[in-house]
Design a protein around this ligand. Sequence first.
Ligand SMILES: CC(C)(COP(=O)(O)OP(=O)(O)OC[C@H]1O[C@@H](n2cnc3c(N)ncnc32)[C@H](O)[C@@H]1OP(=O)(O)O)[C@@H](O)C(=O)NCCC(=O)NCCS
Length: 171
Amino acid sequence: MTAESIHLGRKNDPSQPWLRTAEHADQEQVRTWRNIHARSFFHQSPITSTGQQQWFEEYRNRSDDFLFMVMAADQSIGCIGIRFRSDAWDLYNIIRGVHSSCSTGFMATGLAMLIAFAKDIRPGAVRADVIAGNPAINWYLRNGFAIVTEDECSHQLLFRDFSAPQSKTIP
Ligand SMILES: CC(C)(COP(=O)(O)OP(=O)(O)OC[C@H]1O[C@@H](n2cnc3c(N)ncnc32)[C@H](O)[C@@H]1OP(=O)(O)O)[C@@H](O)C(=O)NCCC(=O)NCCS
C-alpha cells in the first residue's frame, strides 16, 4: 500500500488530533522541524531542500511507508512516520513542531493512531531506534514501548501495549 491521501481520526473534534498523509507542500515544514531537532536523530547533517524533495519523490513510490502530519484542527503541529522494514514496522521522523496548550498529548494520541493504522495494514512488531541521550526515550516508555537492547549509542525499543503501566524512567 502506498501513501495516497489518507486521513485518520476526526477533523472536527478539536479535543483530539487527526492525521493526514504528508504532501509535497508539507516538505519544507517537515525539513525545518527535522533540522531544528537534528541532534535528536542519528542522521544529524542539515537536510537541504533538494534532499528533502528527492526523499519525498522516492517515498511516494515506496509501499508500506507513511509520513503523516499531526493536525490540531487546521494546523499541523508535528509529523510522525512509520515504514515496514525487515519484517517490522519502524517509526521515524517523530517531531512536535508547534507547542500549544490545546494540543497537549496530541503526539502520543497520534502515535497510537499511527500504530493502530499500521497494524491494520499488516501485523508485525513496531520498533523505534532512539539515539542515546535523547529525552524522547521517556516519552516512548510512557507510551507503551519497552527497551529491548541498548548500547552507548542507541536504545532499541519495541511497542508492547498502550494500556501497560508506566515503565522505568531514565534520568
Ligand atoms: C518526542 C516528542 C514528539 C514528544 O512530543 P510531546 O509534545 O512531548 O508529546 P505529547 O503531545 O504526547 O505530549 C506529552 C505531554 O503531554 C502530557 N499529556 C499526554 N497526554 C495528555 C492528555 N491526554 N491530557 C493532558 N496532558 C497529556 C504528558 O504528560 C506530557 O507531558 P510531560 O512531557 O510534561 O510529561 C517531542 O519531544 C519531540 O518532538 N522531540 C524532538 C524530536 C525527537 O526526539 N523525536 C523522537 C526521535 S526518536
